[in-house]
Design a protein around this ligand. Structure first.
Ligand code: DGJ
Length: 734
């Protein structure tokens, strides 16, 4: 009863009458955060606030900002600015109407909020053009516990003919501060997710991809925006966004003449005009947003909690330790090579064997990357008893079995390319440019979608003992074009390709909800929430060099959780970089993600064998903390001092594991010191160093008990300081 009275009072409070018009406050709220808009029928919807929850929201109804001298109009921030009216900045929406008019003016047409379940609330704000029958619905889903808000948009119209949609963003966020620091992530093959932070100046900074496929290899569609100074781990206001979309994207940051920053995020409008028919709906993907008043640590924990629950498969279950055959065998293997690898993997305590590239193709055998893609029949010469034999062999050894596919691609030297030239992405009569000797199949075509689904289905159906698929994609789009789409709709390709991919993913997940799928695209070319939703994990990079992985995983884990981050121990010297590193360092790095191995296991002998088997045993002990716990970063590898350290803490704060790495020679007398985070100050914790021989601990207090308060206030020091020294500490409540 009390709640009802309060709700009525609240509604009265936030509705006032301005010149006969009702003005209202719209709030999109999680447990701790809120986005606030004000709206009156037939007026623009104003974006008022995005941050921690606050009292007195009705004050937003009268809020004024300095006006524009020649018109007296406010420099207002809109929820979803369209190109038209007095708007001159980067618009979220730009379209050309049926009659050739270039402008749109979107005004409020109503909103509704509905509880989807105990943790999810949906709010839809409906906008319409002032003059034309064009409608845009802005949809928010607020995830209460995780403090995540997703925003997306849908457009449709009733004009007589087609409307040309030229810009159609997912979200627009206006901010106002003294200064803005943007963190974004650039990369290339084997060096993905390299973090860069810069102070924004007036004008527009754009982070984008036009590659169509493998879009996250060079820039990730995720950002962190810190107000009034560079971002810090545990303090300062930071906003973050990550676009859930597996195609071209554009994030733009426009600092205007009023000192306001407008962040527009969504599909990349480049060469993508969409000819929208009457009644047809076009949907922009979800932008996944969060905020923290206490630095980026909380941002990561919000994303990780949300991703484990809503943006990946099986995020609540422990993920297995894998031996993947790629770096151990590449294309050169036969049945015995593989069964030997399995024998040795099983001895280490590995839990799954994955057969990578090279197992298929007969007329065009897949003995290198130049032939066979598209012909998904087992190569009889290499594997005469077929995949079922290998899958059974694995299971008899106590291992699960997984297998690699790259179903969106085709080698010119393949039966498929000869049979279906019309399925290949091409630009009219221009050359089809190969990349890694392969072409791309046109997923905008439903027949290709069926083929890709069937490939998956057929491969999985080879044996009931296949429980994991590694789905790779090793090129991006160039010389774009589709034989399937009509000439007038070639610009739809970018959108339709991704929709086609999602159709296939949907069908696969409907039929195979339990199978584990790895998201791989030349390493980290598809690390974003749109695709991750259908997968259990991703391969963060083809670079398995532990030193480089510290940086790649640092950037990746700002948004994506450790449970989804495939992280494998490989051989030394490293195949990508030639760098030598001790086995301990390689394990200590890989164990902070989803541990696996990427080598020929028979090469690990003697002391190294003992070490590896023990490390795998220890990983099983710390796995629930790493995979399901909270990440606390202690020292960034990007800091000047060349250390890196982070912890995972179990949700109940009973167990924690700390990783520390020395990235260079620090001198004979310098040691590593850090204060711990995330523990319970009232509890005592016993610290045990893992991956270390008795008597060789780098921690003076190995085996001793300390209070959480002491560990977080006084901290600990470790005797590590040479390049590739490292330590892993298990911290358990007594
Ligand atoms: C690229 C992947 O990232 C590698 O792990 C491996 O699967 C190769 N492709 C196989 O061609």
């Amino acid at each position: 009863m009390r709640t009802v009275v309060f709700s009525i009072l609240f509604l009265l409070l936030i509705q006032i009458n301005i010149q006969g018009q009702s003005k209202e406050v719209i709030q999109v709220e999680t447990n701790d955060l809120t986005m606030i808009f004000t709206a009156s029928q037939n007026e623009k919807v104003i974006f008022q606030y995005w941050g921690n929850k606050l009292d007195g929201v009705s004050s937003f109804l009268d809020r004024k900002v300095k006006g524009q001298p020649d018109t007296n109009d406010d420099f207002i921030s809109q929820l979803y600015p369209a190109y038209g009216g007095r708007y001159y900045l980067n618009p979220a929406l730009k379209l050309t109407h049926d009659d050739g008019v270039l402008t749109s003016e979107l005004v409020y047409a109503g909103s509704r909020t509905k509880t989807l379940d105990s943790n999810k609330k949906e709010t839809v704000v409906s906008l319409k053009d002032k003059l034309y029958p064009v409608y845009v619905d802005i949809r928010f889903v607020a995830y209460q516990k995780e403090n995540i808000i997703t925003q997306s948009a849908t457009i449709y119209h009733n004009e007589k003919n087609t409307v040309k949609v030229e810009n159609f963003a997912s979200s627009y966020i206006p901010l106002h501060a003294e200064s803005y620091y943007l963190t974004h992530f650039n990369g290339t093959w084997a060096a993905e997710m390299q973090m860069e932070e810069e102070a924004l100046t007036h004008g527009i900074k754009v982070v984008e991809s036009k590659k169509g496929v493998r879009t996250t290899q060079s820039e990730n569609p995720s950002f962190i925006l810190s107000l009034n100074g560079p971002s810090k781990e545990d303090s300062g206001e930071v906003y973050a966004g990550s676009l859930a979309w597996s195609g071209n994207y554009k994030l733009s940051f426009e600092l205007d003449e009023t000192g306001k920053l407008g962040i527009t995020s969504g599909m990349n409008p480049f060469a993508s005009t969409f000819y929208l028919k009457p009644e047809q709906k076009l949907e922009a993907p979800e932008m996944v947003l969060t905020y923290s008043a206490n630095g980026i640590g909380q941002i990561s924990r919000n994303y990780h909690d949300w991703a484990r629950k809503y943006a990946m498969a099986h995020g609540d279950q422990l993920h297995p330790i894998i031996l993947n055959s790629w770096e151990g065998a590449y294309f050169t293997f036969d049945e015995k090579t593989i069964t030997d690898m399995m024998d040795n993997a099983a001895k280490f305590g590995v839990e799954m064997f994955v057969l990578d590239d090279g197992w298929f193709g007969n007329k065009y055998p897949r003995n290198g990357d130049n032939a066979g893609l598209g012909d998904w029949q087992t190569n009889k010469k290499k594997l005469p008893r077929g995949i079922p034999y290998l899958a059974d062999y694995a299971v008899n050894k106590g291992l699960k079995f997984g297998i690699w596919i790259e179903p969106e691609m085709v080698n010119p030297d393949s039966e498929l390319a000869k049979k279906h030239p019309e399925w290949i992405v091409k630009s009219g009569k221009r050359d089809i440019l190969p990349m890694r000797n392969q072409w791309l199949l046109d997923l905008s075509n439903p027949a290709v979608q069926d083929f890709v689904f069937k490939t998956f289905d057929d491969v999985v159906s080879m044996s009931p003992n296949i429980s994991y698929i590694k789905w790779d994609a090793n090129r991006h789009v160039d010389n774009v074009g589709s034989d399937y789409l009509p000439a007038s709709e070639q610009t739809h390709f970018w959108y339709e390709y991704v929709k086609g991919l999602y159709n296939v993913y949907e069908k696969i997940r409907a039929k195979y909800p339990d199978i584990q799928i790895q998201l791989c695209s030349s390493g980290g070319g598809r690390v974003e929430f749109g695709a991750l939703k259908y997968h259990d994990e991703f391969w963060a990079s083809d670079n398995t060099n532990a030193l480089d992985r510290i940086f790649i995983q640092y950037g990746t884990n700002l948004f994506f959780p450790a449970i989804a981050t495939g992280s494998h121990v490989s051989t030394s010297p490293n195949h990508q970089t030639g760098m030598m590193a001790p086995l301990k360092f390689r394990f200590d790095v890989a164990m902070s993600g989803r541990l696996g191995m990427e080598l020929q296991p028979k090469d690990i002998q003697g002391d190294e064998y003992e070490f590896a088997a023990n490390a795998i045993k220890d990983y099983k002990q710390i796995r629930p903390i790493v995979q399901l716990g909270d990440l606390y970063r202690l020292i960034s590898p990007y800091d000047k001092n060349d250390w890196a350290s982070h912890m995972y803490v179990s949700k109940d704060k009973k167990q924690s594991v700390l990783f520390a790495y020395s990235l260079k020679y620090h001198g004979r007398t310098t040691y590593f010191e850090t204060k711990l985070k995330g523990l319970d100050p009232t509890k005592n914790y016993k610290i045990t160093e893992l991956n270390v021989k008795p008597g060789q601990s780098s921690f003076y207090g190995n085996g001793q008990t300390f209070s959480g308060d002491y560990l977080m206030k006084a901290g600990i020091n470790l005797n590590i300081g040479n390049p590739f020294d490292s330590a892993v500490l298990l911290i358990s409540q007594e």
